[in-house]
Ligand binder design. Structure first.
Ligand code: TRP
Length: 408
C-alpha cells in the first residue's frame, strides 16, 4: 500500500532542505553532494556554457584546462568582460587567496591554485595572492604569530604549483597592511560603503560576533581593486584594471559584496570563476577537515599513507559482493575514487574508459583504487620535490612588493 500524501510530504521536506554554502559551512543533504545548478540559481551567477568554453578556446588558441572541460570550474560572473578586455589587448590581473589555518595543506586546497596557474599561463597576466592570516586569527583559536607563520609556510606549497615569479605577488594581510597605505585606504573606502545590516544579510553575522569579523569582508574585497597595489602595477595604474578571481564557490559572498559596492566607489566589478568542492574521502556529504587526518590526502603524505587512506577510507560506489558488482556495476556519481580521478587524471579517454568499465562492473573497486593511488602518489611526490626547492629566500622574493611584468 502506498500513501501518496505522506510521500508527497516527505519529498517536499527533503526538497526544502537547502544545501548550506557559505565561507564557513558547506553541507549537503544528498549523497551526491551539493546541487550546483540550484546554487547557481540561488546565487545568481552564470553557468559556464559550451559556447563560453568555445570562445575561450578560440581566444587562447588551445583547449581549456580539464577543470573547466569537466565542470569542476562550473560557474562565473562576467567572465565575458575579461575575455573582451583580453581581445582588445587591455590589461587585467588575477586575484586569489588562501586562509592559512595550519601548516598542513591538502589536495583540495590545490584546486584553485592549479586553475589560477593555468590561467596565468594561458593569458600571460599578473597575479596577486592574498594570505588572510588576519581572517584565521579572527575566526580560529590561534595566535597572530602562528597565523602569520602559516601564511609563509603555505606560500611554499602555493609557489610549488609553479607560478611565474615575475608575474606573481603573494602577501600576508598582517604584513602588507603595514607596507601599503593604499591597500588600507581602499579597505576603509569599502568599509564606509557597507552597513552592518548588509553583512548580516550576506554572511549571517550576529550582534555577538566580534567587530573584527564584521569588518573583515572589506579586507578580502580590497585586493580585487588594482589601486591596492601601486608598487605591483606601477605605471599601468592610470585607471583601475579589470580583475578575475578564481575561487571555490563558498567564497562568492565576499565578492557579491564587492561587486555590490564597486559602482558606488567608481571601481570596476571583479569577474569570478567558481569551482565545486573537492570531496572528502568519506564522500561528498562530509566535509574535509584539516584536523581529521583521514578525511583527505595531505601534501605531506607518504606513498604508504596515500595507499592506506585510499584503500581504507575512500567512499566506494561499488557493490557489496563481487557477484553483485559484476552484475550491476558501480556508481561513479558517488564513488570518491572516481571523483578524485576527474580532478587529477587529465587523460580524457582513459577516464572515460574507467567510467565505462566501472559502471558496467568490469572494473572492481580495488582496481579503481589502485589506479587512483598511483596517480596521487606521483602527484604528491612531484609536489614534494618542487616544494623542497622553495627556500625562505624564494618565498621572500614572491612576497616582496615589486613591479610585476605585463605583456600589454
Ligand atoms: N577566505 C579565503 C579562505 O579562507 C582566503 C581568500 C582570500 C581567498 N582572498 C581570496 C580565496 C580570494 C579565493 C579568492 O581560504
Amino acid at each position: 500500500m502506498s500513501f501518496p500524501l505522506a510521500e508527497e510530504a516527505i519529498k517536499k521536506t527533503t526538497e526544502e532542505v537547502e544545501d548550506i554554502v557559505d565561507p564557513w559551512n558547506v553541507t549537503s543533504s544528498s549523497d551526491k553532494g551539493i546541487d550546483y545548478d540550484k546554487l547557481i540559481r540561488r546565487f545568481g551567477s552564470s553557468k559556464i556554457s559550451p559556447e563560453l568554453i568555445a570562445r575561450i578556446e578560440a581566444i587562447i588558441k588551445k583547449p581549456v584546462h580539464h577543470f573547466i572541460r569537466r565542470g569542476i570550474f562550473f560557474s562565473h560572473r562576467d567572465l565575458e568582460m575579461i575575455l573582451t578586455a583580453y581581445e582588445q589587448k587591455k590589461p587585467f590581473f588575477l586575484y586569489t587567496g588562501r586562509g592559512p589555518s595550519s601548516e598542513a595543506m591538502h589536495l583540495g586546497h590545490l584546486i584553485p591554485f592549479i586553475m589560477t596557474k593555468w590561467l596565468q599561463d594561458a593569458f600571460d597576466v599578473p597575479l596577486v595572492i592574498q594570505m588572510t592570516d588576519d581572517e584565521k586569527y579572527l575566526w580560529k583559536d590561534i595566535k597572530i604569530e602562528d597565523a602569520n607563520r602559516y601564511a609563509y609556510e603555505n606560500a611554499k606549497d602555493i609557489i610549488a604549483c609553479g607560478f611565474d615569479v615575475t608575474k606573481t605577488f603573494i602577501f600576508s594581510d598582517f604584513d602588507y597592511m603595514a607596507q601599503c597605505p593604499n591597500f588600507y585606504r581602499n579597505i576603509v573606502r569599502i568599509q564606509k560603503s557597507v552597513t552592518f545590516n548588509q553583512v548580516k544579510g550576506i554572511f549571517g553575522f550576529t550582534e555577538s560576533d566580534c567587530i573584527g569579523k564584521i569588518a573583515f569582508p572589506a579586507i578580502q574585497a580590497a585586493p580585487s581593486i588594482s589601486s591596492s597595489f601601486p608598487m605591483i602595477f606601477g605605471d599601468k595604474l592610470k585607471q583601475e584594471l579589470a580583475c578575475l578571481i578564481p575561487c571555490a564557490i563558498d567564497q562568492d559572498p565576499y565578492f557579491r559584496m564587492t561587486r555590490d559596492v564597486a559602482p558606488r566607489l567608481n571601481f570596476p566589478k571583479p569577474s569570478l570563476l567558481h569551482s565545486t568542492f573537492f570531496p572528502a574521502l568519506q564522500g561528498s556529504k562530509s566535509k574535509m577537515s584539516a584536523s581529521d587526518a583521514n578525511s583527505s590526502i595531505f601534501l605531506t603524505d607518504t606513498p604508504k599513507n596515500i595507499k592506506d587512506k585510499v584503500n581504507k577510507h575512500a567512499f566506494s560506489g561499488g557493490k557489496e559482493t563481487l557477484e553483485e558488482h559484476r552484475a550491476k556495476g558501480g556508481d561513479c556519481e558517488i564513488d570518491v575514487s572516481y571523483q578524485y580521478l576527474t580532478f587529477f587524471l587529465d587523460d580524457d579517454e582513459r577516464l572515460e574508459q574507467i567510467r565505462q568499465d566501472y559502471t558496467s562492473g568490469q572494473l572492481l573497486t580495488g582496481e579503481l583504487k589502485k589506479i587512483l593511488i598511483e596517480v596521487l602518489q606521483e602527484l604528491v611526490a612531484q609536489h614534494q620535490e618542487r616544494r623542497k626547492e622553495v627556500s625562505m629566500d624564494v618565498v621572500r622574493q614572491y612576497m616582496t612588493p615589486r613591479q610585476l611584468s605585463f605583456r600589454y
